[in-house]
Design a binder for this molecule. Structure first.
Ligand code: SF4
Ligand code: SF4
Length: 112
């Protein structure tokens, strides 16, 4: 199953997977408690990636979440933007450059 998942990710085959809306998460950790594989589901939500080789897609976390944060999706997993906070407090996604106001921060942070 792990090898199958790696091949699937490598050749980008659409498949059933989990997605989340972390801005709706209230950190109650009910998803952690019900996970049959003892995965840190809330941590996955927080990280912006629900991809985990050990996930068996049982759906317990989907059903237990009081805020509907986690859901099934079919296709290629979306890349969720990971927000970075620069040294001056400006927030911007790591995978896209910031606007003109924070360009200096961006260059400074990426030249370290
Ligand atoms: S159950 Fe839902 S709201 Fe609670 S920590 Fe997990 S994802 Fe967040
Ligand atoms: S679908 Fe099941 S195995 Fe996968 S993270 Fe949710 S509870 Fe855990």
């Amino acid at each position: 199953m792990v090898i199958g998942s790696k091949i699937k990710d490598l050749v980008k085959i659409p498949s059933l997977h989990l997605e989340s809306q972390r801005e709706k998460c209230i950190q109650c950790k009910k998803c952690d408690k019900v996970c049959q594989m003892s995965l840190a589901v809330q941590g996955m939500v927080e990280s912006g990636s629900m991809s985990n080789m050990e996930c068996i897609l049982c759906g317990q976390c989907v059903d237990s979440c009081p805020k509907g944060v986690i859901h099934y999706s079919f296709g290629l997993p979306k890349k969720e933007a990971v927000i970075r906070i620069s040294s001056t407090g400006n927030k911007f996604p790591t995978n896209s450059p910031p606007g003109n106001n924070s360009k200096k921060d961006y260059i400074n942070d990426h030249s370290k």
